[in-house]
Design a protein around this ligand. Structure first.
Ligand SMILES: [Zn+2]
Length: 323
């Protein structure tokens, strides 16, 4: 009790505060999403995602060099194909955009390369899988294709396969396909609790992947649900996930905390495009201090229990940590 207890004692100096610091960010736990577009000859900027270029399929050494130079050692790779069709066939093409990008990055760097596995960038209708006649996503047909995509990504050299489509049974299907093809040592990072979020808007500007009809409420989680997230994570672990993920991060820190407390598995959280864009926009207006808000937003995610964070701020944050 005051006056014997004075919590301010330990806040007196920077050295004192550093000594009792409970949560620290480090570059090794930050994962940078990178986009490659087969249609490009040179990098393209996206207005809603400042400082997040979409790359052409070349200049791998330069791209990887910049990332490694910041201290970031892991990337999550997304691809935008030249040709989209109803079956999303470019997603599992041996020479598809992600397969090429993964190969290029692995050949020219020491980066740990995680391949995002979904179909929404590859289907002409923009959904995360193939469709039934009635327009709904065909879950079981889709997970079979996911297995094929996973094998093609592992063949290209991906270190981790990261399925984000929220189909039931996708982890089991991918694990089986990888094992059958001799990739039993390739881990799966599952987007386990992926919410149907309005925060994904700027990502869709980059990937041109908004569904043309309907939305993703039929397979992604409703923002209102907490217990269901725990069931999703438990199911993915049961099916063989090595790392589980909560996405988005900032508005779902309660889920991150509960997942961290419940499951003894590496936990990833994805600070999504909308979270990033909001900080960028407010900072551009001079309303907030970008560096400090970036750091605080990421600290919050780590403090909630995430072991690793996927963030568009990975490079900038890593550089700040190194200073
Ligand atoms: Zn998708």
């Amino acid at each position: 009790m005051y006056p014997e207890t004075r919590l301010r004692r330990l806040r007196k100096t920077k050295g004192m505060r550093d000594l009792v610091c409970e949560t620290r960010l480090s570059p090794e736990n930050l994962v940078l999403p990178v986009f490659f577009d087969e249609n490009l000859d040179r990098p393209r900027a996206t207005e809603s995602m400042p400082d997040v270029p979409t790359w052409a399929l070349k200049d791998y050494e330069e791209i990887a060099g910049g990332i490694e130079g910041s201290g970031v050692s892991s990337v999550l790779v997304f691809g935008i194909p030249k040709r989209k069709d109803a079956a999303g066939s470019q997603a599992y093409a041996e020479n598809g955009v992600v397969q090429k990008a993964v190969r290029g990055l692995k050949d020219s760097s020491d980066l740990l390369v995680i391949a995002d596995l979904c179909m929404c960038e590859y289907t002409d209708h923009g959904h995360c899988g193939i469709l039934c006649r009635d327009g709904r996503v065909d879950n079981d047909g889709t997970v079979e294709l996911y297995g094929r995509i996973a094998v093609s990504q592992a063949r290209a050299g991906a270190d981790i396969i990261s399925p984000s489509g929220m189909m039931d049974g996708q982890i089991a299907a991918i694990r089986a396909a990888l094992d059958d093809a001799g990739f039993e040592d390739t881990p799966i990072m599952a987007y386990s609790a992926k919410y149907q979020s309005a925060y994904y808007g700027p990502f869709r500007d980059i990937a041109n992947s908004a569904p043309d009809k309907g939305d993703r409420a039929g397979y992604q989680m409703a923002p209102s649900n907490r217990r269901e997230a725990l069931r999703e994570i438990a199911a993915d672990i049961e099916e063989g996930a090595d790392i589980v993920m909560v996405k988005p991060a900032g508005p779902y820190l309660d889920i991150v905390r509960e997942a961290a407390d419940t499951f003894p598995y590496p936990l990833c959280a994805y600070q999504v495009s909308g979270e990033y864009a909001m900080i960028k926009a407010a900072a551009a207006n001079g309303w907030i201090d970008e560096n400090r808000v970036m750091e605080e937003s990421l600290l919050g995610i780590k403090r909630a229990g995430a072991d690793m964070i996927v963030t568009y701020y990975a490079e900038k944050m890593a550089r700040r940590l190194r200073e």
